[in-house]
Design a protein. Structure first.
Length: 392
């Protein structure tokens, strides 16, 4: 029979097991890589925090209450882990899992709070007593001064806010850098917001004086489930896609025919935060090639990127990625390539029937000069030279 006690246990168990699933996947099932390393550390830290949160609520930490000393430092480590995770997708030259001195500085707030906890509390039991009193909304132990209460209630939120602003600005600047291997991806924003929800749910008991009851426990753990679940899901999904792109890029080197006309030498093409997977990119390329060969929409002078997306039933962002990063060309480069191919066919088979200027208009060019420039670019000859050389 389902009782209230069982419901409470379920509330605390769901976020933990949900996040643990993704943590195990990231830590055990894939080869070492920078993204996996930092995401694994992030998820592992979040799991420890969930354990501390649950055991504290059920009063099971008093015999090992030194674990309380790790609570705030772990909370302050979450955003740095996410920053390093996101950074592995911005610069392909820095995808290793080694922590430099510059990276370690990101953990300065967490380190300072850990030192503070160890030095200023004579025993972990004092710290645990303070947290217990704060969670219950009661008086603070006499051995604990109001200074320590201020540190928890004021300094921790300020430190987290400072971290969020500082690391957010750093990430934004890195996205804007001319050498960044990718542009801002909305999924990163979703993951960042999910982490903030997770952190807020953990800290709410310490920022309010209300006692945790069944309803508040349900609300808090629902937030933890959503925040941790989104982070784990997208981290796991992106890492799998990252490995798929890497494998496809390696196959291009050994088996070029398997990847069609794709150009995966661009490091930003082999990225986990890409809008399409390798398999989806292959299918989209095949759709575009079949469309161009069968329907020849490029012969319309006003044919646009939006028209192409509608014809192959895909989003503009996905099409732009496949054209620019995978095929190594822009929309007009693709269209002009097919226009010149068609012009070559018409020159050979219809050259006596139509003038060169008429053929240029037939294949979609607005003016003769643009046609001549583009024709020479792709063939190394003028249309007239090509006609004479290939005249039937």
């Amino acid at each position: 029979m389902l009782t209230i006690d069982n419901l409470i246990v379920l509330f605390f168990a769901l976020p933990f097991y949900h996040l643990m699933f993704y943590t195990i996947q990231m830590i055990t099932l894939y080869k070492s890589r920078g993204a996996r390393f930092f995401m694994g550390l992030l998820l592992f830290s979040m799991n420890i925090l969930l354990v501390i949160n649950a055991l504290h609520f059920f009063g099971q930490l008093w015999e090992v209450d030194y674990i309380y000393l790790l609570f705030v430092p772990l909370v302050l480590s979450i955003l740095p882990f996410f920053y390093l995770y996101a950074g592995t997708f911005l610069d392909h030259h820095q995808r290793g899992n080694k922590l430099s001195a510059r990276h370690l500085m990101l953990y300065l707030p967490a380190t300072l709070f850990l030192i503070y906890n160890v030095v200023f509390f004579g025993s972990p039991g004092q710290y645990a007593g303070l947290l217990q009193s704060m969670l219950a909304g009661g008086d603070y132990p006499g051995a604990v001064s109001s200074f320590h209460v201020v540190m928890l209630r004021l300094a921790v939120p300020l430190a987290l806010g400072g971290q969020a602003v500082f690391l957010g600005i750093r990430l934004y600047r890195r996205f804007q850098h001319k050498h960044a291997s990718m542009q801002f991806h909305p999924i990163l924003a979703i993951m960042a917001l999910s982490l903030l929800v997770f952190i807020a749910a953990l800290l709410i008991p310490f920022l309010t004086l209300e006692t945790i009851n069944l309803s508040s426990a349900a609300a808090i753990n629902l937030s933890l489930l959503i925040g941790g679940g989104f982070t784990g899901y997208f981290g796991f999904k992106h890492y799998r896609r990252d490995m798929a792109w890497k494998k496809w890029a390696e196959e291009k080197i050994t088996h070029p025919q398997k990847t069609l006309a794709a150009n995966l030498h661009n490091p930003s093409a082999t990225n986990a935060l890409n809008p399409v997977s390798p398999e989806e990119a292959v299918l989209l390329i095949e759709k575009v090639q079949n469309l161009m060969l069968q329907q020849k929409p490029f012969m319309e002078p006003g044919f646009s990127m939006d028209d192409l997306c509608k014809l192959v039933n895909t989003k503009r962002r996905e099409m732009s990625f496949v054209l620019n990063k995978v095929m190594g060309k822009n929309f007009y480069g693709l269209i002009n390539e097919y226009r010149i191919r068609e012009a070559k066919h018409l020159l050979v088979h219809e050259g006596e029937k139509y003038a060169i200027e008429a053929i240029s208009q037939m294949v979609g060019f607005h003016c003769k000069s643009a046609f001549y420039t583009c024709f020479r670019k792709y063939t190394g000859q003028t249309p007239k030279e090509y006609l004479i050389k290939n005249k039937r």
